[in-house]
Design a binder for this molecule. Structure first.
Ligand SMILES: [Zn+2]
Length: 186
């Protein structure tokens, strides 16, 4: 049973600087084995929360922890479960495409966001080893969304003039709320 839970933010509160979702997360001191162990423990809980809520990925600030840690395992992409510590973008394609995004921290909303179609990401894994990932399409979109979380940026900040924040359709909204409630009752 996870001890952590998802931090959400209301549409009216998006500019609240005090919310952990609006703060810059700290680098994990990966040279300390204690910290790596702790990251592993948190990552396992984050994976559990992510799977229970049918999320594709989750950043530590979304469970109230201000560290640069992301877990991901998008169902529609052949990538597999990954934990990324201190991830950084080493390459970002100029080419962008727009698609609708939603977020477990804003469960009732969605919006169209432009993202680079390809990024290369360098990150430390849970064994303390640096890995490089080349990500395209949906995977590239997901990691850019998650990396933004580490800098206190939400996808709502990236809407372009004319692109409005929308209520997600009722089915998706109900599913999102049900999965979060289910998690809280466990
Ligand atoms: Zn998100």
């Amino acid at each position: 049973m996870p001890t952590l839970s998802i931090v959400t933010i209301d549409e009216e509160m998006l500019d609240l600087k005090e919310n952990v979702l609006r703060q810059k997360a700290l680098e994990v001191p990966v040279y300390t084995s204690w910290y790596l162990k702790w990251c592993e423990k948190i990552a396992l809980e984050m994976f559990e929360i992510m799977y229970t809520t049918y999320g594709a990925a989750l950043a530590a600030p979304q469970v109230g922890i201000q560290l640069r840690l992301i877990v991901m395992d998008p169902a529609r992409v052949n990538f597999g479960p990954h934990a990324l510590i201190n991830p950084i973008i080493t390459y970002k394609a100029d080419n962008e495409e727009a698609s609708s995004e939603n977020c477990l921290s804003l469960p009732q909303l969605c919006g169209r966001v432009f993202r680079s179609t390809e990024v290369h990401v360098s990150a430390i894994n849970l064994n303390g080893v640096r890995e490089e990932h080349r990500m395209h399409g949906l995977l590239a979109r997901i990691i850019q969304h998650e990396l933004d979380h580490l800098d206190g940026v939400l996808y709502t900040d990236r809407l372009r003039p004319g692109d409005k924040l929308e209520k997600s359709d009722r089915g998706a909204r109900r599913k999102a709320m049900e999965s979060i409630n289910k998690l809280q009752k466990k």
